[in-house]
Design a protein around this ligand. Sequence first.
Ligand code: MTE
Length: 306
Amino acid sequence: MLIRKPDRILGSEITPETVYYNRRQFMAASSAGLASLALPTIAKAGLQEDDEITPEDIVTQYNNFYEFGTDKSDPAAFAHEMSTDPWSVTVSGEANKTGTFAFEDIIKGLDVEERVYRFRCVEAWSMVVPWMGIPLKDVLAQFEPTGNAKFVEFETLYRPSEMRGQQGFFSSIDWPYIEGLRMDEANHPLTLMVTGLYGKELPNQNGAPWRLMVPWKYGFKSIKSIVSIRFTEREPLNTWKQLQASEYGFYANVNPAVSHPRWSQASERRLPSSLFNVNRRPTLPFNGYADEVAHLYAGMDLRKYY
Ligand code: MTE
């Protein structure tokens, strides 16, 4: 289900599909389409001169969604087996308004925006994606988190009958997939709850009906198909940290200066990438969003809090 206000003009609508992926068109379209929004600087934040929108078929067919398998092609092949309607979300912990809510009721009345973000996976590939979504702070505010809420924890659907990667003993992941943010990260205007991409409904393999998008962090923070939101005093134990704490941390801020123990994070392969055209480019601190977010980590040792 695609939810947006009829008066919103998308970057993907003002330019014909054929020229949409042309860089200059895309930059012009983005700024024209998004200038009507209150946050033009946010809408264009992070994008570099030579960033081009990644072709849609790559974004929807080269995925990480381990609930459906570990191959990049598994989510596109199997995620249709997940039913997303009805979809309910449990809100718990340090908030005044807790309980189980229908997804439609949570997002009703909230504005959907298009945001073109750079997206960097910890595996050192990257994309540029026109997401549609709602600032997470607007989603969370309606639950009235209390002063004790220092973090927010998210959980993905656990339904082995529809998610084949959750079956059997092949996976070492302790389901459900869990992620979390500090409240100031969650309330940052760049942090988006995504409900669509390329002007369309969010495909199941990309995390329907809604998933997180935190553009300055490695992709694994951007948890998909969320069914639980919990406000906590303590830092949540996220799935990848639980799996291998020496390799994946809680913060996971994109940082070219801190290598993964098994590979460098200094550069990335911008998809599409091939043997003949690797399309390698330097990785930027905070994935290009340092001006917007570096202050959140002032005084922190980013080698320790990776
Ligand atoms: N969320 C869940 N529930 N399960 C996952 O396996 N993979 C993460 C993140 N969110 C993952 C997830 C990783 S490693 C990445 S890089 C992104 O989703 C990939 O998002 P995309 O497939 O839309 O590109």
